[in-house]
Each structure stands twice: as structure tokens, then as C-alpha cells.
Write a protein that binds this ligand. Structure first.
Ligand SMILES: [Zn+2]
Ligand SMILES: [Zn+2]
Length: 258
């Protein structure tokens, strides 16, 4: 069984064939999907719940993406806490810092990141962290939060940030980027993450792995990232698939609904 630990099933690019692509995921052996609750902005953080309620094997999260940090009001943190009681909401996020796009001012990104870490600690759920070109501040804010568990998703940062995250007990998740021929250093990095700390994801509809690169991504394609990582780590695909699925279970404690 494969687990896609990070997908955006609510994305408008899936509107025309969403049910078919969810079926394709299942048929490819992807028997668990975590669909991220960011939606089109803070008011839309419950966007993954309809999928989680419709499919026993799909789970979701609630959170505010760093791109949307400037749109946050206090009531959104209360909203988050309310949604966290839903049995299929497994995490808070994605949240974090994106200094590549800087769609929200950095001070707002940092404040909203720290506030969401507080919510996660309060409701006792793990976090999904997005970090881009913000290694030092990400590490500083995670260390200040203390005791929060979670995953650095779509990891593309330095080996130093990977090490810091591992020290903090975090898991590290790799997307299709790791399969890109110009990402050799990242692929090497991925071979050093301990087996019990590794996750795979699509982050679909973005970042299709080779050989689908450039096309719309979908959960079934997590197979290609898993295949690549298994080969890079010198283990069978089945072992990588079961290890990453076990890691997902350990971090998120998903309980399938009937
Ligand atoms: Zn992200
Ligand atoms: Zn994402």
C-alpha cells in the first residue's frame, strides 16, 4: 500500500474528473490520501472535509498557507480549533514560511505560523510545515514552539534544516521534485533520512514526478516518487511503500471510517 501524504484534491484543476482520478489512485495501490485543508484562503480551510467524509481512506487537515497569512483574522484560529475535533482531520497545516514568493509579508507569515503551532499543541495534532527559502526562521519558530510533532512537506531545503527537523522529531516528506534530473543534491539528501522518518507525497496538482513532469499531477503518481526513492536507497519498492505508510500511521493515527 502507498500513502500520498500531501494532496490538494479540492484544486479547481481536478473539477472535471475528480472521482475518476481518486479511483485511479486506488487502482494504482495508493490506498491512503491526506488532502490538505488550505483551499482558496482561510475561510476555505474546511475544503478537504467533504472528501474525507465521502471516502473511508481519505483524510484531511485544516490550516492557513503562508501565502494567505495576510488574510487571517483571529476567528480563523477558532475555526481551526473547531474543525480539529472532526475525526478525519488529522493535522494542522499546511502552515509555514515561503520567502520565495513572499505573497504575504514575512512578519505576518511568522506570526500566523507561530499561532498555528499553538493551536496544534492545544488540540494535540501534528503539523504539516511548508518552508521555502526560509530555513533559519523555520528552524527558530519550530524550536520556540517546542514539543510539536509533524512533517516538513515537499522538502527542498538544506541538509542542515533536515538535520534540525530530525532532531526535533519531525518526519521529512519528498515530492516529485526529488525525481527531477537537476535535483541530484536533494536526491542524495533523501537517501540519508532515516527509514522511520520518511514520507512521500504528490503535492498535486503541482510538481509531477518524472515521467509525468510538466503535466497535472495526481495521487496515483506518488508511485513514481516512491519508485525513485526506493531505487536511490537501494531497497525494494514494496519496502519503501510499507515503511512510508507505517510512518504515516505512526504520526497521524488515521482511523478509517466505514
Ligand atoms: Zn506546501
Ligand atoms: Zn501543499
Amino acid at each position: 500500500m502507498l500513502t500520498d501524504s500531501h494532496a490538494h484534491l479540492d484544486d479547481a484543476r481536478f473539477a472535471a474528473d475528480r472521482e475518476a482520478l481518486i479511483q485511479r489512485a486506488w487502482d494504482s495501490g495508493v490506498h491512503r490520501i491526506l488532502t490538505i485543508g488550505n483551499g482558496t484562503g482561510p475561510d476555505d480551510m474546511g475544503c478537504g472535509i467533504p472528501f474525507a467524509e465521502a471516502y473511508p481512506w481519505i483524510f484531511t487537515t485544516v490550516g492557513v498557507h503562508p501565502h494567505d497569512a495576510s488574510k487571517v483574522e483571529d476567528r480563523h484560529f477558532e475555526m481551526m480549533q473547531g474543525f480539529a475535533e472532526h475525526p478525519k482531520v488529522l493535522a494542522i497545516g499546511e502552515m509555514g514560511l515561503d520567502y520565495h514568493y513572499d505573497n504575504s509579508p514575512r512578519d505576518a507569515q511568522q506570526r500566523v505560523f507561530a499561532r498555528q503551532l499553538e493551536v496544534a499543541a492545544k488540540v494535540d495534532l501534528p503539523v504539516i510545515v511548508h518552508t521555502r527559502e526560509a530555513d533559519a526562521d523555520t528552524e527558530r519558530i519550530l524550536r520556540a514552539a517546542g514539543g510539536v510533532r509533524g512533517v516538513l512537506h515537499c522538502f527542498t531545503s538544506s541538509p542542515e534544516l533536515a538535520k534540525a527537523a530530525l532532531d526535533l522529531g519531525f518526519l521529512i516528506s519528498f515530492s516529485g521534485i526529488v525525481t527531477f534530473p537537476n535535483a541530484r543534491e536533494l536526491a542524495e539528501n533523501a537517501t540519508t533520512v532515516p527509514a522511520d522518518r520518511l514520507l512521500v507525497e504528490t503535492d498535486c496538482p503541482y510538481l509531477s514526478p518524472v515521467p509525468h513532469r510538466g503535466k497535472r499531477n495526481e495521487p496515483a503518481f506518488v508511485l513514481e516518487t516512491a519508485r525513485f526513492l526506493a531505487s536511490a536507497r537501494g531497497i525494494p519498492l514494496e519496502e519503501l511503500a510499507s515503511q512510508t505508510s507505517e510512518n504515516f500511521t505512526r504520526l497521524f493515527s488515521p482511523a478509517e471510517t466505514a
